[in-house]
Write a protein that binds this ligand. Sequence first.
Ligand code: PHE
Length: 339
Amino acid sequence: MKEQLEAIKIAASKAVDAANSEKEIEELRVKYLGKKGELTALLKQMGGLSPEERPKMGQLVNEAKQTVEKLICEKSEELKAKATELKLKAETIDITMPAKKKTVGKLHPLNTVLDDMIDIFQSMGFDVLDGPEVETDHYNFECLNVPADHPARDMQDTFYLGENLILRTQTSAAQVRTMETRKPPIRIICPGRVFRADEVDATHSPVFHQIEGLVVDKGITMCDLKGVLEQFAHEIYGPDTKVKFRPSFFPFTEPSVEVDVTCSECGGKGCRVCKGSGWIEILGAGMVHPNVLKMCGIDPEVYSGFAFGIGLDRLTTTRYKISDIRLLFENDKRFLGQF
Ligand code: PHE
């Protein structure tokens, strides 16, 4: 029995040494110390010993049990410590590592200029409205005094989505929608994207932005139009800016004007930006045509109004000295980050 005991001790010590996980250790504990374990089995065999041998043997088995228990305990502690160490190593944070840079977004220059314009018109009592980009022929042309086959349709190359469905070529469509739903006095602006099948170059893009303005009330005259647009030009370009009203033609306004301001680049002397003229055209405008008022259910004998359409892109490129309109639509972060 003594030899058996020694053999068990040696085997147990080897096995514990070789054990590499808590699970293996637990298995060894069962194998040697459990109810059906090898040392317990030896204790059970002691019934066959003489009464003198029994206590001696008992003591030896108990000592062996304690030894194995101790081995297992120590190994278990060791494995636990190792596991903790590994975990800590894996979770270390290197506080000297460079941080990931978070870039803060910025407003697109078009939005910055648009926000300024909205501020200016809101301070003059205008409401800001929205209109659909996909429009019907009815709102974009018919009700704006441009019937089918009217030569003025050639002024705007149109993207057709269906027979009567188009991408709006002008925010003026919003005029009609507004007059259909609101009663005068009306004082609104409607900013938005417009679309024309133009050849793309440094000053033309198939997508660009307009801000439509519409005022309808009793006794509105061309003087009101001039006053509002002059005030707008002074606020956006500075009080020394000169404003010029040139006679022009739009089917839905009569009389019609185009409005130029002194070139902000050269102050009116003439430069590359204004092509030597000293002036930059920023908008089209006019007194709402009586036919348009009638088609929208407003009596032109009682009410009159003016409308204007400002090109947001031109305003933005001149303010920020951007030489090519296409830059506004390419979404190159290196370009947009400069503003
Ligand atoms: N819609 C016209 C254009 O796109 C501009 C305009 C708006 C003219 C309102 C007069 C009145 O050219």
